[in-house]
Design a protein around this ligand. Sequence first.
Ligand SMILES: [Zn+2]
Length: 78
Amino acid sequence: MNTKKSSECPLCGGAKKPGKTIFSVELGFGVVVVRHVPATVCAQCGADWIDDEVAAHLEQYVDEARRKHSQVEVFSYA
Ligand SMILES: [Zn+2]
């Protein structure tokens, strides 16, 4: 278990800052991409972490893409 401060990137030790990231998931029949997702981003290596509530919201985009069954679905996080 990593006991480092949560404000420190576990990968490189850089500073984690609020930022935006891009979320993508492979569904088998297609791909879902969500842009401008709020996330915590490492200023040094670019690793990102998405909050639980944001991740829950992303599920809705995934569900919508599943319903549409589109090969590529690109959303902007809102
Ligand atoms: Zn890092």
